[in-house]
Ligand binder design. Structure first.
Ligand SMILES: [Fe+2]
Ligand SMILES: [Fe+2]
Length: 312
């Protein structure tokens, strides 16, 4: 168990009122160096004027929520193309929503922290990355003709509460869940030969920059939980799992099926019951689940929630 192998923290100067060690700051320093070496400006990196390749999917068909269902086999090729474009657009819109939440949480977390520390500087670098990502996803959706798919009122308000209240390991746990789930999908999207160039390009940028964000989030979670008691760990475990539940169930909006001319109720039911979909979710969560287990964040209650959304 990694969390039992705790060091005696050597506190760094500069007003970090918690277990922030010199080793923690080294992680941030390396991430800053990496960001200086390899970062992208999507405004110039992507050819925004290129026409969409006709017949290309929005995401690899295997990542479609309906792939492998009876409904999928009845659909025309044209419907599959439209559906996958709306699905990827819906995931990107959810991405923007989540990036807004995490920018606020990180900004709040760094309030009045030492500007000389690598942690502070990397946190601000991450916010700048997310800001560019959201604009990039917004442009990609516009280009694909995908409307804004908003979460329902209840979920929207839950997100508002989470971003106003979540701190420490809860904030970075929510961030990590969203980033991990998206990462696995985008690694396939960026290599998909029959996937739109605009999706491949935006995915490549996102995968590269988010790999640093995930390292940062994991480090922050380890640091905040160092020496934490059972109750605090249990609460964090449940809060992060609840965040995961909301993220995973909100990713693809049911209206994408209407856009593809499908019966929404039937599509939702078949997607929900799809064994292929469940297997994809489990595969994409494997790495995240291993990290949560290592840090004592797979408790009975959180495991139940992860099973319900097929992340376990
Ligand atoms: Fe991002
Ligand atoms: Fe990120």
């Amino acid at each position: 168990m990694a969390h039992s192998a705790e060091r005696t923290p050597t506190l760094t100067p500069g007003g970090h009122g918690r277990n922030h060690t010199a080793a923690d700051d080294d992680v941030s320093k390396r991430l800053l160096d990496s960001a200086a070496t390899l970062s992208y400006d999507p405004a110039t990196e992507i050819d925004w004027d290129a026409p969409l390749e006709p017949g290309h999917y929005g995401l690899n068909p295997e990542w479609s929520t309906l792939y492998g269902t009876a409904l999928w086999s009845e659909m025309t090729e044209e419907q599959r193309v439209v559906l996958t474009r709306h699905e990827v657009g819906s995931i990107m819109t959810t991405g923007i929503w989540f990036e807004m939440i995490l920018q606020q949480m990180v900004l709040r977390d760094q309030y009045l922290k030492d500007p000389a520390s690598a942690e502070f500087r990397f946190a601000l670098t991450e916010i700048a990355d997310e800001c560019r990502h959201s604009i990039m996803f917004a442009r990609a959706c516009e280009k694909m003709g995908v409307p804004q798919y908003k979460p329902n009122q209840l979920v929207a308000q839950a997100g508002r509460a989470y971003k106003a209240l979540a701190r420490g390991e809860l904030a970075y746990g929510g961030i990590l869940v969203a980033e991990e789930v998206l990462d696995v999908m985008q690694r396939d999207w960026m290599r998909g030969e029959n996937v739109l160039d605009i999706v491949r390009g935006t995915s490549r940028i996102h995968v590269v920059e988010e790999s640093r964000h995930m390292k940062f989030a994991r480090q922050e979670i380890r640091e905040r939980l160092r020496g934490a008691g059972t109750l605090r760990r249990r609460n964090a475990a449940f809060g992060i799992a609840a965040g995961a539940y909301v993220i995973v169930t909100s990713m693809v909006h049911p209206s994408v099926y209407k856009a593809a001319g499908l019966d929404v109720a039937r599509a939702v039911a078949e997607a929900r019951a799809s064994e292929h979909r469940r297997a994809m979710m489990r595969t994409s969560s494997r790495h995240l689940m291993a990290f949560l287990a290592e840090n004592g964040l797979l408790t009975g209650a959180s495991t139940t929630l992860y099973r319900r959304i097929h992340m376990l």
